[in-house]
Design a protein around this ligand. Structure first.
Ligand SMILES: [Zn+2]
Length: 131
């Protein structure tokens, strides 16, 4: 597969073409997955193990996956980057399951009506502020 710059991939992303780049072309397109459904799937697959490991141990796995995402962003293929994004979200969902936070609800509550800093749908916060 051809390598794209981040700028080229962003243009493709805006056209919603990135998922086809990140997958094997012979596989069908996956259905859209809601964060709530994904978190439930992770809960069904792993909750017992996750509860035994606990927040601290699971947080370490999340940090390891964040490091792997950093490496993939520096020198990985689009497929490798996609896999690392999936792993980071999975471990984040795992921690949310352990502490009983509904990620979909949390995101809707915080970002559903716009930027938490300026309340606009297209952020107008100054560049030196966090949002
Ligand atoms: Zn803002």
């Amino acid at each position: 597969m051809a390598r794209f710059t981040y700028e080229q991939r962003f243009e493709l992303f805006k056209l919603r073409l990135v998922p086809t780049l990140a997958m094997n072309a012979s596989q069908p397109q996956p259905p859209d997955v809601s964060l709530t459904d994904f978190q439930a799937k992770i809960r069904d697959m792993y909750l017992e193990k996750d509860l035994q490991r606990g927040v601290d141990g699971t947080f370490m796995w999340l940090m390891e996956e964040v490091g792997e995402l950093a490496s993939a962003l520096r020198e990985g293929t689009a497929e490798e980057q996609a896999g690392e994004f999936a792993d980071v979200i999975a471990w984040l969902a795992t921690i949310a399951n352990i502490v009983g936070i509904d990620l979909g609800q949390a995101i809707q509550s915080k970002y559903g009506t716009g930027c938490p800093g300026c309340s606009r749908l297209v952020c107008t916060c100054p560049m030196d502020e966090k949002p």
